[in-house]
Design a protein around this ligand. Structure first.
Ligand code: TZD
Ligand code: CA
Length: 528
């Protein structure tokens, strides 16, 4: 008779899931026992790092990331990372070991009390099976729930004595199941949308992360070119859905209500694809949309559709809808938008370097299909202006704004994309939330390039303090951290770059080798 253990591994195998991202404890050892040789285990030293790596891997590969955490404490450590995964529709199957069934009731050490409730509301589905025999069925549900549109993280708590039990013989049915979502709207709805686009005098596209997740970037290029429409990226962008040097590209929308309303003024139709409407940040009260502007959003997520404060929404498959619109839209006779001017080069040879110089240097030296992770919070706008992003899957940023995402996600993205170079640009503040990601990169020889922008401060918070007009705030500086020494401690090669020449040399060296590397750049803090 098959055990719960062997049935579950067979189920994962059949679904193409053979990598486990984890940090183990006693409750998890029976699951990890006799770990199959066709599976890989990627160890992270903190659960925020484990989920961050799995999130990057799931987003870049488009396949579910399987995570194994330790009970309540491990889950708690992962909650910040889970807030990002929830907001980026990342398909993550997060499992946690529970105490043995006989001792859950007495709350023995390492019991996950009310386990299914712990990760809510940051999961699509959360469960602890009522019996050992139910474990394979619950795992099957978890996989399908995470993978079905809208994708997202799910949570499964499994008492550790369940793994050695006999599986229900009917579990074999689970091995054969396929569940797919079908999401193209009916002809009438599509025809109506096409007519509105054709009739619009001055339409504009606003694209979000789920365009990139659906690999619909080229469909959006065709759509924009046929409509001759400008293209904005939806605010607080976690991914890059459109090539940033394309003539239609207008940049990243600001994250304020009034600012967006004003920027979109004059357009009679705003078509939003694959983004919430909108992920605002700073409170900038005003009109959501100017008089005479209509908005239609296409999203995979009913929650996003329901909570938008204005406009219509269509819930469906963003990739299929983008492809159908691109193919069928009537080409416009309007003039093609003209490309944005390239940013002015900044002459500076000696450091501390202006962030512009860092980005220009990276842009000059990095391969054209490099993948960027961004967690340098005060320089996001500069990054979008100065780094050309051409290919799908070229940019990732914490979708909920939770720091500690980009370092581990860069490791996961690199695992999923071994042919491309991954460059993570990380602030000196942000680098401390998930610094142990360096260790995983070293141990598994994952050749991510980490660039630390060391300006000694929480630059973005200094800017925000200005927006909120609050003065004399403590805790905004982070001086005295030697990132090269930290890298050395985790076994990683590192360079300090004090000027442009040193940065160039370090980047060339990093790109010439197949090993992770950290480059610490002294940068100027934003002026405020
Ligand atoms: N903690 C977590 C988990 N997420 C957060 N977003 C913050 C705290 C608050 N926070 C920001 O939103 S930006 C920021 C903090 C602390 C400063 C990051 O500083 P940095 O980058 O050095 O990484 P800059 O370029 O100096 O802003
Ligand atoms: Ca900083």
């Amino acid at each position: 008779m098959a055990s719960v253990h062997s049935t579950t591994y067979e189920l994962l195998r059949r679904q193409g899931i053979t990598t486990v991202f984890g940090n183990p404890g006693s409750n998890e050892l029976p699951f990890l026992k006799d770990f199959p040789t066709d599976f890989n285990y990627i160890l992270g030293l903190h659960e925020g790092v484990v989920v961050g790596i799995a999130d990057g891997y799931a987003q870049a590969s488009g396949t579910p990331g399987f995570v194994n955490l330790h009970s309540a404490a491990g889950t708690g450590n992962a909650m910040g990372a889970l807030s990002n995964a929830w907001n980026s529709h990342s398909p993550l199957i997060i499992t946690a070991g529970q105490q043995t069934r006989a001792m859950v009731g007495v709350e023995a050490l390492l019991t996950n009390v009310d386990a299914a409730n712990l990760p809510r509301p940051l999961v699509k589905w959360s469960y602890e099976p009522a019996s050992a025999q139910e474990v394979p069925h619950a795992m099957s549900r978890a996989i399908h729930m995470a993978s079905m549109s809208p994708r997202g993280p799910v949570y499964l708590s499994v008492p550790y004595d369940d793994w050695a039990r006999e599986a229900d013989p009917q579990s074999s049915h689970l091995l054969e199941r396929r569940v797919v979502s079908a999401g193209l709207p009916g002809d009438a709805l599509l025809a109506d949308l096409l007519e509105q686009l054709s009739n619009a005098r001055n339409p504009v596209l606003v694209l979000g992360p789920d365009v990139d997740a659906a690999k619909a970037n080229t469909h959006c290029v065709t759509l924009a070119e046929r409509l001759k429409a400008p293209v904005w990226v939806a605010p607080s962008a976690p991914r890059c859905p459109f090539p940033t040097r394309h003539p239609c590209f207008r940049g990243l929308l600001p994250a304020g209500i009034a600012a967006i309303g004003k920027l979109l003024e004059g357009h009679d139709l705003v078509l939003v694809l694959g983004a919430p409407v909108f992920r605002y940040h700073q409170y900038d009260p005003g009109q959501y949309l100017a008089q005479g502007t209509r908005l239609i959003a296409v999203t995979c997520d009913p929650l996003e559709a329901a909570r938008a404060p204005m406009g219509d929404a269509i819930v469906g498959d963003v990739g299929l809808i983008a492809a159908a619109l691109a193919e069928r839209v009537t080409p416009s006779s309007r003039a093609m938008p003209t490309a944005l001017p390239l940013p002015e080069p900044v002459e500076q040879l000696a450091g501390p370097l202006r962030p512009e110089v860092v980005f220009d240097t990276i842009d000059e030296i990095a391969p054209h299909d490099a993948i960027y992770l961004n967690e340098s919070t005060s320089t996001t706008a500069l990054m979008w202006q100065r780094l050309a992003m051409r290919s799908p899957g070229s940019y990732y940023f914490a979708a909920a704004g939770g720091l500690g995402f980009a370092m581990p996600a860069a490791v996961g993205v690199q695992l999923a994309e071994p042919e491309r170079r991954v460059i993570a640009v990380i602030g000196d503040g942000s680098a401390n939330y998930s610094i142990t990601a360096l260790w995983t990169a070293v141990q598994y020889n994952i050749p991510t390039i980490f660039i630390i922008m060391n300006n000694g401060t929480y630059g973005a918070l200094r800017w925000f303090a200005g927006v909120l007009q609050v003065e004399n705030v403590p805790g905004l500086d982070v001086p005295g951290i030697d990132f090269c020494a930290l890298a050395k401690g985790y076994g990683m090669q590192s360079f300090k770059a004090q000027d442009r020449g040193q940065l160039e040399d370090a980047l060339h060296q990093a790109l010439a080798q197949h090993a992770p590397i950290l480059i610490e750049v002294s940068t100027l803090a934003p002026q405020n």
